[in-house]
Design a protein around this ligand. Sequence first.
Ligand SMILES: Nc1nc2c(ncn2[C@@H]2O[C@H](COP(=O)(O)OP(=O)(O)OP(=O)(O)O)[C@@H](O)[C@H]2O)c(=O)[nH]1
Ligand SMILES: [Mg+2]
Length: 324
Amino acid sequence: MFIDRAKIFVESGRGGSGCVSFRREKFVPKGGPDGGDGGKGGSIIISADSSLRSLLDFQHKKHFRAKRGEHGRGSNCHGKKGADIKIRVPVGTMVFDADTDELIADIIEEKQKVEIAKGGRGGKGNARYKTSTKQAPRNWQVGELGESYNIRLELKVIADVGLVGFPNAGKSTFLSKVSAARPKIADYPFTTLQPNLGVINYRDFASFAIADIPGLIEGAHTGKGLGHEFLRHIERTRVLMFLIDANSEDPHDDFKILLNELGSFEEKLLEKSRIIVISKIDTFSEGIPPELLKKFEEPVLTISSITGDGLTNLIDKLWQHISE
Ligand SMILES: Nc1nc2c(ncn2[C@@H]2O[C@H](COP(=O)(O)OP(=O)(O)OP(=O)(O)O)[C@@H](O)[C@H]2O)c(=O)[nH]1
Ligand SMILES: [Mg+2]
């Protein structure tokens, strides 16, 4: 299961109503109107929190209702405003209206804030209706209703590099070798079920993030394997790194299949800057057979995450592509 999608219901508070009241004091005959305004209802605000990494919290809490504004009272007392509710989400969260599918907000910056349901306006009290010809108005306004929405949250990991490959190609091993990330690694397909993010510190002056996603297989776009939905995590990366197992029967064929799956998910993925990498070259004691690379029309790098062969060169190339 991917915990990077959540559905919630939000409702802002309605405004408090205005009050009808007249000043009544000793020695003040016919005191004027003094009905206060209702307070504004609380709003629902989504805000970015860079310490969050998932939408897991919304598995438990799905309803968010802000308080209504208080009603106005006599003696020109305005009603208190209903408190706003802040919903904290990770950076990279897209906020959709679940009923219309409209994108309401794209949370891409730290501390970004968006009001997704506005609290209702408070109604006017009768003190506001006093005019020169109307000294004792009895008019007042009800508070405005709040708004309610079904909201869909989608978290897309924002990384610089997206790792693409068949299951078992060595994506997670690579990530664990070059970053502090500790994804699960195992000798069977579909070890990775959720995207992992690793940060590479580049030559003491820069850093960039790599997203390791579950393996793709032929037919993923028709739902085979884990499907291809998780490709949305790499939609926003600057560079794609294709990782292909050197022990595969036909690495070039693998590459073509991967391109095809990516293209069926989103044509634009094919226009991204990319690097093709053959992994596990340590399994050839004589060095990698040249015919393995012959069919590729694009440059190919070779690495071993076990011996560390080719990794420095690869990181240099990744950095070049990112900063292009
Ligand atoms: N010999 C050798 N084995 C490797 C290398 N890289 C990864 N492996 C092995 O290949 C297997 C799969 O590695 P993972 O890193 O889990 O592969 P993955 O691409 O993340 O796989 P999924 O998460 O299932 O898509 C593990 O048994 C690794 O130890 C390498 O450079 N050389
Ligand atoms: Mg993996």
